[in-house]
Design a protein around this ligand. Structure first.
Ligand SMILES: NC(=O)c1ccc[n+]([C@@H]2O[C@H](COP(=O)([O-])OP(=O)(O)OC[C@H]3O[C@@H](n4cnc5c(N)ncnc54)[C@H](OP(=O)(O)O)[C@@H]3O)[C@@H](O)[C@H]2O)c1
Length: 259
């Protein structure tokens, strides 16, 4: 099976910032962000209906600030080798009524899953469950934690970061995933883009400027090197929405175009 289609969706200020400052996570809500994004957009619903993704993808940066110490885990003192196989128990993967995965790229093992079952988010998310993507250098204590919590995981590459192409191949090949909707922050989406793994980009620009050097922004990938070319896009649609938002929908032209 070829890799799943990858669709990115972000909500950004007009200057492309994805949050208010480097030390602000939006997961728990923030009244200043609500002044930027009132939370009433239907674009996410439209994308889910249109693309029918089986995976909603995030990076660890959506859950934990860079440099923050996650809650410590008990050390693992058994044989670590079996932990480094994909953990896909049939009883979990084959659960009746399964519809999709909330998935985090988390090679350093920093996410502590407070919600493993999407039913906690309401009826629209019944049948959605947590899934982690790790690598061969992820701490064994973290993999043991995922197994204790019965959270499936895929092991993608040797580290020090998840091999994103391998992760997508495994999502397609082992879990039958045909479409991933990434609502990750700029660094994960930037890494996916640089690796040539993004097919469609949706950005909702909100009528506010945030600014701030180092504030997480769209596609926060390493700078282009000499000889690297910008990623060319093809406009699919542009829509002015309520409240002065603009939704841009682009297809990614996979081959870089030199002019
Ligand atoms: N407005 C929005 O639409 C929106 C959406 C999501 C998040 N946010 C906000 O954005 C901020 C987080 O953004 P962020 O950019 O810091 O975090 P992020 O996008 O979650 O980026 C960090 C993640 O990317 C992975 N990663 C980075 N480079 C990689 C590479 N080359 N290969 C493989 N994996 C790679 C990291 O893996 P490792 O952990 O394994 O190193 C980590 O999982 C938070 O404030 C959040 O609230 C806003």
């Amino acid at each position: 099976m070829s890799r799943p289609r990858v669709v990115v969706h972000n909500i950004a200020s007009a200057d492309g910032r994805l949050t208010l400052a480097p030390d602000v996570l939006l997961l728990g809500g923030d009244e200043r962000w609500r002044a930027v994004d009132d939370g009433n957009s239907s674009v996410g619903d439209w994308l889910r209906a249109h693309h029918a993704p089986e995976v909603m993808l995030e990076g660890s940066g959506s859950f934990v600030l860079e440099g923050a110490e996650p809650e410590p885990l008990p050390p693992f003192d058994g044989d670590p080798a079996p932990l480094y196989e994909d953990y896909l128990p049939g009883a979990i993967i084959g659960r009746a009524g399964h519809r999709g995965w909330f998935c985090a790229v988390d090679g350093r093992g920093r996410v502590r899953w407070e919600v493993k079952d999407g039913a906690a988010f309401g009826p629209a998310w019944v049948g959605w469950y947590a899934l982690s993507i790790v690598h061969q250098a992820t701490p064994p204590a973290y993999l043991a934690y995922l197994q204790r919590e019965e959270i499936p995981y895929l092991v993608a590459g040797p580290g020090p970061q998840v091999d994103l192409a391998t992760a997508l191949e495994k999502l397609g090949g082992k879990l039958g995933v045909a479409c991933v909707l990434s609502t990750a922050g700029g660094r994960l989406n930037g890494a996916l883009l640089r690796a040539g793994l993004v097919d469609e980009i949706n950005i909702e620009f909100c009528p506010a400027i945030i600014g701030g050097i180092g504030t997480p922004a769209l596609f926060d990938a390493p700078p282009l090197q000499a000889g690297d070319w910008p990623t060319r896009l093809r406009l699919l649609s542009a829509e002015v929405r309520d409240g002065g938002r603009v939704w841009l929908r682009y297809a990614v032209e996979q081959a870089p175009v030199r002019e």
